[in-house]
Structures are given as C-alpha cells and as structure tokens.
Design a protein around this ligand. Structure first.
Ligand code: FE2
Length: 288
C-alpha cells in the first residue's frame, strides 16, 4: 500500500518532516496541498501553451548554462520564463532542505521544466505516452545508479487538479515482474557513448531502467491490471516523489513545474531500498 504523507501549512511539526525521507524511500509521495507557488502578473501570462516551440514537450532551464529552451518567445519573454523557472528551482531546493535535510549535501540539481500544455492534448507513441504507468529513465542522460527525485507544482490558474495514477506495488515486485525483459548489452552502451547519443556512459543500470520503462508502457496486461491509486493533486499544491521507483501515470491537468534532482544511493537513509541495489540483488551483479 503506497503511503501519501500530506503536510498541511507552512510550519509543520518537526517530527513529521523527519518521516519524509522514510516515506519517499518506501515508495510513497509527500504532498503539500497548500504550499502555493505564486506567480506574478507577468509570469501568469506564460500559462499559455502557444509559447512552446512545438518541438519540445517542456520548456526548460538548464542550470549549467542558464538557458531557457523549448519556447518560441523572444528575449523579453525568455527573461520572464527564466525568472519563473529559476525561482521554482530555488523553491524546490528550499523545500527539500526542510523535508529531507540529510539529502541536501548530496542532491545534484538538474533540469527544471515548465509544462504549460494540457496532458490529454498530446497524441503519442505508447513508449512516449506518460499517461501509461512507468518509472522515469533518461535515454540521453545516464544516471549511473543515482536516484531520480522530483519536486512538482500544480500552478493551474482555474483550480484544476493534476490527476495521476500511482502503482501500489513496491519496486521489487515490479522489477520481479519484468526482470526477464531487463537484459543488458554492454556493447550497445559503448557504441552509444562513442556516437554522442548519451552524455557519459550508459551503465547497465541505465539500460535496465530504460527497458523497465518501455516494458511497462508496452505491456497492455500490466497497464490494465496493475494495482494503482488515483491521486488528484490540487491546484496550488507541491509534491515530491522518487519517480525512478514509483510507477506513475500523468492522466490529466495543465500548468505544472517540475524540478529534477539526481542523488547517489549512499545518501539514502536506507540504500537497500534503491532500484540500483534491488536490481543488483536480483541479477547478482554490479550494475553501475
Ligand atoms: Fe514520469
């Protein structure tokens, strides 16, 4: 049974926040239903799907370069977007410093994204369709065993919730179900790196997780039968989840922000619960 820890209000009792890492590591979600990420008037004008460039799913800010990509807007518009997305990145940093202070020194902040479009608007291949249950895995950016921790905000101005399904099965049950389809080919990783298709070496772990992502999305039986829980994440809420271990599907909603972090498994309270260590135990070999 997946645990959803709801933390109301700005200043919650210390003891509850200490639970946050445990809940996250066990495959739960932390939801802050009234922790509003407020937008200025100029930023509110960015809640318009037509500002996207139609090539990218998201508008994103690269923390390494400070560059905003995925928008057709001119420099003035990009400046507003960079302010909005950058401020969300800081909000996410502050939230995790409060919720999971032991993670803070180990968290590696990656791309911050803004999603002005509605989920249900997109017609996609099964593999790209995030309305199907999946765990996150990055084809071009190998994580080499690190966790993917994400902070989301629903900034819908009409009070519309973001609706997700989350899988009820723990990661080890999911991994066991798909284990036969997670075979890795070391040679393929070397070729991809040499061709510049991946930024850094794709570890056996990265390959296994990409296969798990695809296997789950392409398995009609799994999509139909997997035990799941429907969540309505309200407008003006924030939530935090390890999207590499929790099966999730984004069903509907519009106007979200998302901050991705990578974190070495050694920083977890219980490293044995990481997908890396679970897959290593199941396959009997080092994967990263
Ligand atoms: Fe996802």
């Amino acid at each position: 049974m997946i645990e959803i820890l709801e933390l109301q209000g700005g200043a919650s009792p210390r003891g509850r926040f200490d639970q946050a890492a445990k809940v996250l590591e066990a495959g739960g979600l932390i939801v802050l239903p009234d922790r509003r990420f407020a937008l200025s008037a100029a930023e509110t004008r960015m809640l318009d799907p037509s500002i996207s460039d139609d090539r990218a799913k998201n508008i994103s800010l690269d923390p390494a370069t400070g560059r905003v990509s995925g928008t057709r807007l001119d420099d003035a518009g990009r400046h507003v977007l960079a302010g909005l997305i950058g401020r969300f990145a800081q909000t996410a940093d502050a939230l995790l410093a409060e919720l999971t202070p032991r993670y803070a020194p180990a968290l590696q902040r990656r791309r911050t994204s803004f999603r002005p479009g509605a989920i249900a608007d997109r017609a996609l291949s099964l593999r790209k369709d995030d309305r199907r249950l999946h765990v996150d895995a990055f084809p071009a950016n190998p994580v080499q065993g690190r966790r993917i921790l994400r902070v989301f905000a629903n900034v819908n101005p009409e009070g519309e919730p973001r609706v997700w399904n989350v899988g009820e099965d723990p990661f080890d049950a999911v991994a066991r179900r798909f284990l036969g389809r997670l075979v890795v080919k070391e040679h393929a990783a070397t070729v991809k790196e040499a061709l510049g298709l991946t930024k850094g070496r794709q570890s056996a772990y990265d390959q296994a997780m990409l296969r798990l992502h695809d296997a789950a999305k392409l398995d009609h039986g799994y999509q139909a039968d997997a035990p799941r829980r429907r969540l309505e994440l309200p407008a003006d809420s924030l939530w935090v989840v390890y999207t590499d271990s929790v099966m999730h599907a984004a069903l509907s909603g519009q106007h979200a922000l998302e901050q991705t972090y990578l974190m070495p498994v050694e920083a977890m309270a219980e490293e044995a619960l990481s997908p890396l260590r679970i897959l290593e135990r199941m396959t009997g070999r080092a994967l990263a």
